[in-house]
Design a protein around this ligand. Structure first.
Ligand code: GTP
Ligand code: MG
Length: 680
């Protein structure tokens, strides 16, 4: 059984060693010593041989088995030889051992099966303990199915078939799996002889365990460490370099055609990030194609398909600077067909701009879909972005020019959308409402000039609102986790580079990283931030990382770069805590769903509905037959392929999940427990 990846406070090292020891005991005898016998077994055989040659026996008073004279106890039933017991009672145990045998103490101590039993007996306690943990702790399950650690030879893209994970074993059943005779022998080994036996057992056990560790080293399995064992290095904790602004990952989200790309392009242009030449080219070409109104959007929508359709399809990434931040703009697609892409990109957000189209009918479509019969992407994106952990929101009420900068329309939108955002757990104090027009350049980087707007609005312009956002805390003190959002060609090295946001930890050139799921260890060769090379990247930074020691094709979006000593889990069976969104068809056991987590999407099936949860998060009904809108529940899912994942309590970025079906997000949730990896 391989040593597993997920480690946590519940998985103490001892437990794992004992667990491994017990499970593999028989195999251990054979494999560790090859065809040679275990030393204790050898002794037993040699005793048998010598007893054939010189048959000197004592007969057990309990079972009448003839034992060799050197045995202090019955080989068959474990009862001690009379002489031994008498001497023990007299307090001269050593003498008794000497009297019983002229051989050294080790050979007089329980041997063969009994020695094994004694170790097992000790193991019974540990085993029971461990079994309890096994039955109750999530990480054990994950452990049983983890990827190979660093140095293992899983090839890229291939889904590793690992042993099937057994169903959760209840504590009582686990205890029954421990052979009864071990417990009985344990009982018999009490009394005067127990300390001698225990001595022997303790020595033997620790030497066996250390031997097991040596064997592990021989097969080059890196032992994953407990998160609390991680000690960040000094350079990781260093203060922000002077003169370098902090990076803010800002997702631009909202319903299709609300003007997200136009707003992003306009901002970039106003802040000098688009050259006059490029802007002129975009204006000319978009006009020629009859898409003149998309000139600014073309700064973000670069593919010919996006430009032809006038629809963003993948998340566009651009950089700009404000007084306070180096902003990474993540321009999401608003069309409902591309919500999976929106999830993949916007999941990196520290904060978001929700763009709303103020024009008559368009705001309404964003809320309740075309014809008011479904959920528009204003609502869906807001819900998703909140479930990504984003707390701060700027609502850009765009296209105010189309409603003559009407205060009433703005207030109406604020009222309607405001109450929905509250229902998604956004705090009023964390939302900034900005009326603006991207096309007419009103209220973007400076106060508006239009008299209609200035007559009733004196608040922040968009740029000031961005600067008023607070950076979320960055966890540099934890081991590295960098979920790969995309694999791009590095501008400085020309090589394929892993692109994504460092969720925790830090890297510098020369750092060793473990690439999952392929399990290859590589070295950081170059780091690019905002297209410029830099030597260090810390939690929160969005970077492109070129690696040495790995094939470009082993880097895949949805993979994760992590610290080799602290690998994340890879699993396809998970327990989730979910909130069901507005759905038309109830969720049942067996429902097929699309499972989304950080930058991956996998086909999945709901395998269990464990319980409904009440508002306080406590189970209110176990095993309900189906789930309906707005219900909270704990469910289990089986994914077609394994994904890099962590329990939410261990990593927020790798522990948030979304279920979609028929092109709609049907539930948002968190990973409650990593069960393991199973062959589907
Ligand atoms: P998707 O990415 O496909 O969801 O669309 P989007 O939200 O990025 O919208 P996009 O920027 O592509 O703009 C859609 C249309 O809205 C274009 O024709 C823009 O010219 C128009 N538009 C954008 N901003 C404004 C505005 O402030 N006023 C008016 N009147 N039209 C605007
Ligand atoms: Mg767009």
């Amino acid at each position: 059984m391989p040593r597993k990846v997920v480690s946590g406070p519940d998985c103490d090292d001892d437990y794992d060693d004992y667990d491994e020891y017990d499970d593999d005991y028989d195999e251990y005898d054979d494999t560790r010593y090859g065809n040679d016998q275990h030393p204790v077994q050898k002794e037993k055989e040699s005793l048998k041989k010598s007893s054939t040659m010189v048959p000197v026996h004592w007969t057990c008073s309990m079972c009448t088995f003839n034992n060799h004279e050197s045995m202090t106890y019955c080989e068959m039933c474990g009862v001690f030889h009379e002489t031994f017991v008498k001497s023990a009672k007299n307090g001269s145990l050593k003498d008794a051992v000497g009297a019983a045998s002229s051989e050294p103490r080790a050979s007089a101590a329980p041997k063969t099966d009994s020695a094994k039993t004694a170790m097992k007996t000790r193991g019974v306690h540990s085993d029971n303990d461990s079994a309890r943990k096994h039955a109750s702790t999530p990480c054990d399950k994950a452990n049983s199915t983890q990827l190979p650690s660093a140095g293992s030879s899983l090839s890229a893209g291939k889904k590793k078939k690992t042993p099937v994970v057994s169903e959760e074993i209840p504590v009582e059943r686990t205890a029954l799996l421990v052979p009864n005779h071990f417990q009985l022998k344990n009982d018999r080994s009490g009394g005067a002889s127990s300390s001698l036996q225990n001595d022997y057992v303790t020595q033997k056990l620790s030497s066996d365990i250390s031997q097991l560790n040596v064997d592990k080293n021989n097969v080059n399995v890196t032992k994953p460490c407990l998160p609390e064992e991680y000690k960040p290095e000094k350079w990781m904790l260093a203060d922000q370099e002077s003169g370098v602004l902090s990076q803010l990952n800002l997702a631009i989200v909202g319903h299709v055609d609300s003007g997200k790309s136009t707003l992003s392009g306009r901002l970039l242009h106003l802040l000098g990030r688009i050259s006059r030449k490029d802007m002129h080219k975009n204006e000319k070409e978009s006009k020629e194609k009859g898409k003149g109104s998309f000139a600014f959007a073309w700064a973000m929508d670069e593919s010919s398909e996006e430009r032809e359709r006038g629809v963003t399809m993948t998340v566009g990434v651009a950089y700009m600077e404000t007084k306070k931040y180096r902003v990474v703009l993540l321009d999401s697609p608003g069309h409902k067909d591309f919500v999976p892409n929106m999830i993949s990109g916007a999941t990196q957000a520290d904060a978001a701009i929700l763009v709303v189209d103020a024009s008559t009918g368009s705001f309404e479509a964003g809320m309740d879909g075309e014809g008011g019969k479904s959920v528009g992407q204003t609502k869906e994106h807001a819900q998703l972005i909140r479930s990504f952990g984003v707390e701060q929101l700027v609502v850009a009420v765009n296209k105010m020019d189309a409603v003559a900068y009407s205060k009433e329309r703005f207030e109406f939108i604020k009222l309607q959308l405001g109450s929905f955002l509250r229902s998604c757990n956004f705090k009023d104090s964390a939302i900034t409402w900005i009326p603006l027009s991207a096309v007419e350049n009103q209220n973007l980087i400076k106060p508006p000039s239009d008299a209609c707007l200035t007559s009733w609005y004196q608040g922040f312009c968009l740029l000031d609102a961005i600067d008023s956002l607070q950076l979320p805390s960055r966890d540099v003190t934890k081991p590295l986790i960098l979920p790969i959002c995309d694999v791009i060609k590095s501008q400085s090295t020309g090589q394929l580079a892993a692109f994504g946001k460092l969720e925790t930890g830090a890297i510098q050139n020369g750092s060793k990283v473990l690439v999952l799921p392929c399990g290859v260890e590589a070295t950081v060769k170059n780091i690019e931030r905002d297209t410029n090379s830099c030597s260090v990247a810390r939690a929160g930074d969005n970077v492109a990382v070129s690696l040495q020691g790995i094939d470009g094709n082993q880097l895949i979006p949805g993979g994760v770069l992590c610290h080799p000593g602290f690998p994340v889990a890879v699993a396809n069976r998970l327990e989730l805590k979910i909130l069901v969104l507005d759905i038309a068809i109830p969720i049942l056991v067996g429902s097929q769903v699309e499972f989304h987590i950080h930058h991956v999407k996998e086909a999945a099936r709901v395998t269990k509905i464990i319980a409904l949860l009440d508002k306080t998060g406590k189970p209110s009904k176990s095993a309900p037959r189906f789930l309906n809108s707005k219900q909270n529940a704990v469910v289990q899912v089986a994914l077609d392929g394994a994904v890099c994942v962590q329990e939410f309590s261990k990593s927020r970025a790798l522990g948030r999940a979304y279920l979609r079906s028929s092109g709609r997000t049907i539930a948002v949730g968190v990973v409650n427990r990593v069960i393991g990896q199973d062959e589907n």
